[in-house]
Design a binder for this molecule. Structure first.
Ligand code: GRF
Length: 198
C-alpha cells in the first residue's frame, strides 16, 4: 500500500478531488492531511473523509524535525502539495527524494517562484495579455516551483477574461488531471509507464 500525505493551506478543492480519486484504490491511499492554517477548508474536507490531519507550525517545520517523525509514523511514502504555501525544507526534500509532487496554476517556468500563488498568478497572466495559461505538475526540490516537470496542460486566455475567469479555467484543469497524474507517477515508481507528457 502506497501512502500519500497531502499538504494544503487553503480551500482544499484539489485535496478533495485526490481523496475522491483514490477512495477505492487498493494500492494507493491518502493517509494524512498536513496543514499550516487552523481555519483552512481542507481540514473540514479531511474530517468528512475520516482522514487524520496534522497541523504544523513554522518553528518545528523549518528549524526542527520538519515533522519527519509524524510522517514516518503514518508510513507516508509520497508527499503531494495541493495549495501548500510554505517552501519545503531541505530536510523534507532529502527524506523524500523524487517523492514530493506539486501543482502550480501556470505554465512554469513562467509565473512561478516566491509570491506567485493563487490570484497573483492569474492577475500576472491577464496583465501580460497571455493567450494561454495552464497547469504544471512537477517534482519538488529545495527551490520554489523549480523541480523536474512531470506534466503540463494549456488553456486559452480570452481577451476579456478576468483573473477570476482564468482561475476557474485553471482549477478545472487541476481537478481533471492532478489525481490521475499522481496515480501514474506513484505507479511508475513501481514500474508502470509515465502519463503522456506535454
Ligand atoms: C491551486 O490553484 C493550486 O494550483 C495551487 O494552490 C491552489 C489550491 O487550491 N498550488 P485548492 O485549495 O486545492 O482549492
Amino acid at each position: 500500500m502506497k501512502k500519500i500525505a497531502i499538504f494544503a493551506s487553503g480551500a482544499g478543492s484539489n485535496a478533495a478531488k485526490i481523496i475522491e480519486h483514490f477512495q477505492y484504490n487498493p494500492e494507493i491511499k491518502v493517509s494524512l492531511i498536513v496543514c499550516n492554517k487552523p481555519t483552512a477548508g481542507v481540514l473540514d474536507i479531511a474530517g468528512r473523509a475520516g482522514i487524520p490531519t496534522l497541523l504544523i507550525e513554522k518553528e518545528n517545520f523549518f528549524r526542527g524535525s520538519a515533522y519527519l517523525g509524524e510522517l514516518g509514523g503514518y508510513g507516508i511514502d509520497w508527499v503531494v502539495l495541493a495549495g501548500f504555501l510554505w517552501k519545503i525544507p531541505v530536510a523534507l526534500v532529502k527524506a523524500y527524494p523524487g517523492r514530493i509532487i506539486n501543482i502550480h496554476p501556470a505554465l512554469l517556468p513562467k509565473y512561478g517562484g516566491k509570491g506567485m500563488y493563487g490570484h497573483f498568478v492569474h492577475e500576472a497572466v491577464v496583465q501580460a495579455k497571455e493567450t494561454h495559461t495552464g497547469i504544471t505538475i512537477h517534482y519538488v526540490d529545495e527551490f520554489y516551483d523549480h523541480g523536474q516537470i512531470i506534466f503540463q496542460e494549456k488553456v486559452e486566455v480570452l481577451p476579456g477574461d478576468t483573473p477570476e475567469a482564468v482561475a476557474q479555467k485553471v482549477h478545472r484543469l487541476e481537478h481533471e488531471h492532478f489525481p490521475r497524474i499522481i496515480e501514474a507517477v506513484v505507479n511508475q515508481a513501481g514500474g508502470a509507464a509515465l502519463p503522456n507528457q506535454r
